[in-house]
Design a binder for this molecule. Structure first.
Ligand code: SF4
Length: 291
């Protein structure tokens, strides 16, 4: 069910706010009435997806929606997506939980402060850490989206994001990872010079220094997915074993997974360097032959 449209944020890779000029959060009374109606005609449906790009775009209306839904006591749960916002404090998250919020999809995008700033996300890593911990404490499950290969993201910045993912794997949190796509209408699309983007042809763009090419972006996406899927790097897998109730065993497995993660990182860094150097050489050669 649609709850809002557009976005109040201005992330440089996104065209949501240019497609929908004005952010609109529907009247919470009407949304709750519509949920009650849907529940009355489909009594077996108890979970609803609240469709929007950013649920946290109008905090007073979000609060009102949660309060009305709690009062109505419809015995339903809901999921939605939102950006990291400083307004997401423990009180609001608890209110969301009590109204039936079951799962949130956060648009985190990166764990590097430098990249978050380039993306114009409007928050930093510290805020993201705080909100993630508060969401866990409130008992709301969630995942987050990551965008790799934003122009200006170095291998070091990418490793910062991998560290962040590794740190929260133990909470069983999933993520979805996309490579940076230049959406027509976005700030990125209109400012190639500023972001040092050249040779744009849909996903086949690169940065002027050739350190960020489609190969590099795909490799970063591959490694991010591998980190999440890896059985050895994810300590939650112990929960499927006979040691699942042992805190000591969990701690030991967590430490062991960090040791393996360090070794794996060496491989990731070497691979990324090889790909980057190969790309750099390839484009330098191409430029010299075309001169
Ligand atoms: S990426 Fe998300 S938060 Fe940023 S402008 Fe787009 S919809 Fe809004």
């Amino acid at each position: 069910m649609l709850i809002s449209r557009g976005c109040i944020n201005r992330c440089s890779f996104c065209n949501e706010y240019t497609d929908w000029i004005r952010y609109q959060f529907r009247d919470p009374t009407i949304v709750v009435e519509e949920l009650a109606y849907q529940k009355s005609i489909h009594p077996t449906i108890t979970a609803f997806w609240l469709s929007c790009s950013n649920l946290a775009g109008n905090i007073p209306k979000l609060k009102q929606f949660c309060e009305l839904l709690t009062q109505k006591n419809l015995h339903i749960s809901w999921d939605s997506q939102l950006s990291i916002s400083t307004a997401l404090n423990p009180d609001l998250l608890k209110l969301m939980k009590s109204s039936g919020c079951n799962f949130l999809h956060y648009g985190l995008e990166s764990a590097s402060n430098k990249v978050l700033k380039l993306m114009n996300k409007g928050y930093n890593r510290k805020t993201a850490d705080r909100i993630i911990q508060d969401t866990i404490r409130c008992g709301i499950k969630f995942n987050f989206n990551i965008v790799v290969g934003f122009p200006g993201e170095s291998n070091y910045n990418f490793i910062e994001t991998l560290f962040f993912i590794k740190k929260i794997l133990k909470y069983g949190i999933s993520n979805s990872t996309a490579i940076c796509y230049i959406s027509p209408g976005s700030v990125l699309f209109h400012h190639f010079e500023k972001f040092k983007i050249i040779d744009y042809e849909q996903e086949f763009w690169r940065t002027k220094d050739s350190w960020n090419t489609l190969h590099v972006r795909k490799a970063r996406q591959y490694f991010t997915k591998k980190l999440y899927q890896s059985k050895l790097l994810n300590p939650t897998l112990i929960k499927q074993s006979k040691f699942r109730n042992s805190k000591v065993a969990f701690k030991f497995f967590d430490l062991l997974s960090y040791l393996l993660f360090s070794l794996w990182l060496v491989w990731v860094i070497c691979s990324l360097l090889i790909i980057s150097v190969y790309n750099k050489a390839k484009f330098s050669l191409k430029n010299s032959t075309s001169d």
